[in-house]
Design a binder for this molecule. Structure first.
Ligand SMILES: *Cc1c(COP(=O)(O)O)cnc(C)c1O
Length: 401
């Protein structure tokens, strides 16, 4: 998005603020669809946890997306956005049997990731078909927190336990209509992805009633100039060939499913914050913004890189800054970063602020969560108000002692 437009929006709506470019979300959706145009039945389920604002969900629905959800609350948000329950997949990890049954009752598709729940669910609801999350034990992903396919990962049922899964199916007479993997975020190497898919195909062969295979997500997006990203077009070409060959062997046209979060929304997001203080110390120059890890935690939590620009001064000379927040704890967004000369009151823009940014925001230091704005076809829409003091008090019960 143009920095003049972002600056205007920061004036109009106030800072700090999240802005999402709806047209970018649509173009990413189209790009992924086009890469797999050679597959007869393709389904893209947007991973709600990346960014769960209902207006964003509605926008994705307009593109033809389904949803991937990890909590009953995300399911309810999806239904609120107008998604039919059949278009929603529930892929929880470690949630209670009650929650799974409640979601199943809503008509949402269930993805089961452990043997204990599989057995209980099969005994109680043999007529509800389920999907199974497999752990193919392929190491992938950008950070140990987001890499979920390794041997001691808590996610999925190990491929080595396939005989056990088959025994449960036989005993309970339940139907498994889908098989799934999600090995982690930020997978760069297409070969790793294809290798994991081979393992999934091998496993899939052993299930007789499949309707779909879900390859999860984990596509890497660029964070700075020159960054490598998953070559979706190349992956599309190679995986399409393998998938179509598998369907031929299997004797049925299955649906290929993906459930991307980051790929669809990361680059659409801009976080805008105002510089409160420029502080020169003996070793560095700090630019302190009116925000902190209460609004954007990824740099501190995952060591993620977010490109930062000074949109109030796009012409000046560059200097080195440490960009930090106002939280009473170390909250460094960027160290020693070259940014156009910063003055107090300038607006800094953080890129790649669409995925896992607002959705991870908190009220730490009793600060308000910021507003969200959708910019779509040259119009801006406020899609969430900034919180006020009322919101902080909302659920508190004040006792007189
Ligand atoms: C988080 C998650 C995704 C989305 O991952 P991205 O890296 O954002 O694309 C997909 N599937 C499952 C099961 C997830 O937990």
């Amino acid at each position: 998005m143009d920095s003049n437009i972002l600056l205007e929006l920061s004036n109009q709506y106030g800072c700090p603020i999240y802005v999402y470019d709806g047209n970018k979300i649509e173009s990413q959706f189209a790009r992924l669809s086009n890469a797999f145009a050679g597959v007869k039945h393709l389904r893209i389920n947007y991973a709600v946890k990346a960014l769960s604002n209902i207006s964003i969900l509605k926008l994705l629905k307009k593109s033809g997306s389904g949803l991937d959800t990890v909590s009953i609350q995300e399911v309810l948000l999806g239904l609120e956005a107008g998604f039919e329950p059949e278009k929603i997949m529930f892929t929880p990890n470690g949630v209670s049997m009650e929650e799974i049954e409640e979601v199943a009752k809503l008509g949402v598709h269930i993805n089961i990731d452990n043997l204990s729940v599989l057995e209980q669910f099969g005994h109680k609801h043999p007529n509800i078909p389920v999907c199974i999350r497999i752990n193919p034990h392929v190491m992938a992903g950008g950070n140990s927190n987001i890499s979920v396919g390794h041997i001691d990962s808590k996610f999925g049922i190990s491929i080595h336990q396939t005989p056990h899964i088959l025994r449960i199916i036989e005993n309970t007479k339940m139907t498994v209509n889908g098989i799934h993997m999600h090995t982690g975020s930020d997978i760069l190497d297409i070969e790793v992805f294809l290798y994991a898919s081979e393992i999934l195909f091998e496993t899939a062969k052993q299930f007789k009633d499949l309707e779909f295979i879900d390859f999860g997500s984990g596509f890497k997006v660029p964070y700075k100039a020159g960054d490598l990203e998953t070559d979706i077009e190349e992956l599309g070409e190679k995986l399409t060939t393998k998938f179509n060959a598998f369907c031929k062997d299997y004797g049925k046209e299955l649906t290929l499913v993906f459930e991307p979060g980051k790929f669809l929304v990361s680059e659409s997001g801009y976080f805008l914050a105002k510089v409160n203080v420029v502080k020169q110390t003996t070793s560095t120059v700090f630019a302190q913004i009116d925000s902190g890890f209460n609004h954007l935690i990824r740099p501190m939590f995952y060591n993620s890189y977010h490109h930062i620009e000074n949109i109030s001064n796009t012409e000046g000379k560059e200097r080195y800054y440490s960009v930090v927040g106002y939280i009473c704890e170390t909250d460094t967004f960027a160290n020693n970063r070259r940014i156009k000369e910063i003055s107090e009151g300038d607006i800094l823009c953080f890129r790649n602020a669409g995925a896992y940014c607002f959705s991870m925001a908190s009220n730490y230091n009793s600060r308000y969560k910021p507003a969200e704005v959708l910019y779509y076809n040259n119009e801006s829409y406020l899609i969430r108000k900034a919180e006020t003091f009322k919101d902080l008090l909302k659920n508190q019960i004040i006792v007189e002692l």
